[in-house]
Design a protein around this ligand. Structure first.
Ligand code: ZN
Ligand code: ZN
Length: 589
């Protein structure tokens, strides 16, 4: 190549570098010019520059034919060619032959001796873990590579987390020689995805101990963990940190903050963040709409939904779940029907099973049990456990034993080994005086080997999340907790005439043990612990994994009155705000 040609190559390469991350059209124009001038087929550097520019443009697949062009021209790929090419491949999973080409590139890399280059190696691992979906191969590459760095590990940690293998992700994380903020973030988010918010927060606090400054991604993960756990103090800490460091609140951070506040029982603080956000996307709106609905603020939620519509933000199917929930919590049956119809008629969104679930819940809750049952019949999909559960809740509240029996038959077919349906049916029998039938359920459950998911409640005290499992007496303060419980029990019996509702104890416990077992339900232990460890007037916040049982619900109301405490319980489905002896759910849950 002549000197002036070499200079031209340099100029074009620079020009292409400037096109990265933008529109693909100028790149295509440059490419055409390079082909006409004959420069392209003589320069691997220009191929590299073109592939790299296209890989980060809007049309990554346009980079793929360039590789064949390069080989046909008799040029030899360099360590710079392959990473961008593999990136383009990963971004074009729908292109026919993309997977085959990825394997071919791997073979070329081996033959050309390029696998020793860190960038090539990392790109190969990424493509095996992602596009090719061959996690074991990616793992093998990590084990057999001469050169790996933090980003190699980060790729694999994220890939394992995505595949639901959080323990494998953790062992990779533990063996890393050096970690960067991306590694910490990958691990925090891996635990969040696995629903283990406690472990996510532990990883985050270790990260802080080691003096690593958090980035947006890790903070979004931490906020999600706080939302899972109801860990308000730690969530507030993140918010304070963002303010103190004057971090720009991006849409993702803002939405995560709104979600955290709503799920930690502070929907008003969530609203403040929401109103202060300059950029919002449909997810931000949806999060706020759902948050208000969960807190029983149905009309505020619906007002927000209309505001979103009037601003031209097109609601998605999740926004409709929020709006329908709002109708449910406010008893707005007609508005709910109208919204449900508008999904398809106005926005062309086909209702999913969740939307039918909301409608069944709305109708059943308001006593329209036969309409609810018709809805279940007319659904285009097979009803799931949530649908039957919603219908069942209506049967329980409105004491319709016949429909309950019908529901249970279908529900148990779907979940023969879970206890929820059986326990509800037993409660309905007991409540309507059919004790023999209730007892029979005990035998059915035993014969079928029904598993009971233990109740588990979290309570955050001074920034530490304490976990209580029903009947588990392993907490270090358990002696004090039981003494406190004894005091609570005595006070609510004497002052409010409380008698334990023994129907709710799972039915395979002997009579005399029943009361004891009832008093060890996880939220009771958590509330007793919170009463010892917090000062008067502090609201108590509990997050529970199951539905709150009738007895605990009753007891919590009494405690809120006798001790003058606000108690906020988030159970599997909604928030209960207990205050002065009443609950915000109006006893329907
Ligand atoms: Zn209970
Ligand atoms: Zn309630």
């Amino acid at each position: 190549m002549l000197r002036h040609e070499m200079a031209a190559v340099g100029r074009y390469a620079e020009l292409l570098a400037r096109c990265r991350g933008g529109d693909a059209r100028p790149i295509a124009r440059i490419q055409a010019a390079l082909i006409t001038s004959g420069l392209l087929r003589r320069s691997v550097e220009l191929h590299d520059a073109l592939i790299r520019a296209l890989a980060s443009s809007g049309r990554p697949h346009a980079a793929l034919p360039l590789y064949a062009h390069l080989l046909r021209a008799g040029l030899r790929p360099t360590p710079h060619t392959l990473p961008s090419l593999l990136k383009s491949l990963a971004l074009s999973p729908a292109v026919p032959g993309a997977r085959r080409l990825a394997l071919a590139v791997h073979a070329h890399a081996l033959r050309l001796g390029l696998t020793g280059f860190l960038l090539v190696n990392n790109a190969l691992i990424r493509v095996h873990a992602g596009l090719l979906d061959r996690l074991p191969d990616a793992h093998l590459l990590l084990r057999t590579s001469a050169s790996v760095d933090a980003s190699t590990f980060n790729t694999l940690i994220t890939a394992h987390a995505r595949a639901g293998r959080v323990a494998d992700a953790r062992s990779l994380f533990d063996e890393m020689p050096t970690r960067n903020v991306v590694s910490w973030s990958a691990m925090v988010n891996a635990y969040v995805q696995a629903g283990d918010g406690r472990e996510a927060l532990l990883v985050f606090s270790r990260m802080q101990d080691q003096g690593v400054s958090p980035d947006d991604t890790v903070l979004v993960g931490v906020l999600a963990a706080c939302a899972q756990l109801g860990a308000l103090e730690q969530g507030k800490w993140v918010h304070g940190y963002l303010k103190a460091t004057s971090t720009r609140i991006t849409v993702f951070l803002g939405t995560a903050l709104v979600d955290m506040y709503a799920k930690c029982g502070e929907v008003q603080l969530g609203m403040e963040v929401f109103e202060g956000m300059k950029d919002k996307n449909v997810l931000t709106w949806t999060t706020m709409i759902k948050g208000l609905a969960m807190h029983g603020r149905g009309s505020d939620s619906l007002r927000l939904f209309s505001r979103m519509e009037s601003l031209g933000v097109k609601p998605d199917d999740i926004a409709f779940i929020g709006a329908l929930c709002a109708c449910t919590h406010t008893g707005l049956v007609d508005k709910g029907r109208e919204l449900f119809d508008s999904m398809l008629n106005r926005y062309g969104i086909k209702p999913k099973i969740e939307h039918y679930g909301c409608m069944v819940d709305l109708l059943a809750r308001n006593g329209l049990l036969s309409e609810a049952r018709d809805m279940v019949h007319k659904m285009p999909m097979k009803p799931d456990a949530l649908i039957w559960g919603a219908l069942m809740a209506g049967c329980r509240f409105h004491k319709n034993v016949e429909l309950a029996e019908y529901v249970i038959k279908h529900w148990i077919e779907l979940e023969p080994h879970k206890s929820g349906a059986y326990v509800l049916l037993a409660n309905i029998y007991s409540a309507s005086g059919r004790h023999a039938s209730a007892k029979e359920i005990r035998y059915v459950m035993r014969d079928k080997g029904v598993e009971k998911i233990p109740g588990c409640s979290n309570v955050e005290i001074k920034g530490v999340v304490h976990q209580f499992i029903a009947g588990d007496l392993s907490h270090p303060c358990i002696k004090d907790i039981l003494t406190k419980w004894y005091e609570i029990d005595t006070r609510i019996r004497l002052e409010e005439g409380y008698i334990p509702d023994r129907k709710e104890v799972l039915l395979d416990i002997e009579e005399e043990e029943k009361e004891g077992a009832l008093s060890r339900h996880s939220e009771k232990l958590a509330i007793a612990f919170a009463l010892i460890s917090t000062s008067d007037n502090t609201p108590i916040r509990i997050v529970k994994n199951l539905r709150v049982c009738q007895d605990c619900h009753h007891v919590t109301k009494l405690i809120s009155k006798v001790y003058g405490r606000e108690i906020i319980v988030r159970d599997r489905a909604r928030f209960h705000l207990f205050k002065d002896g009443t609950c915000s759910c109006k006893d329907y849950w």
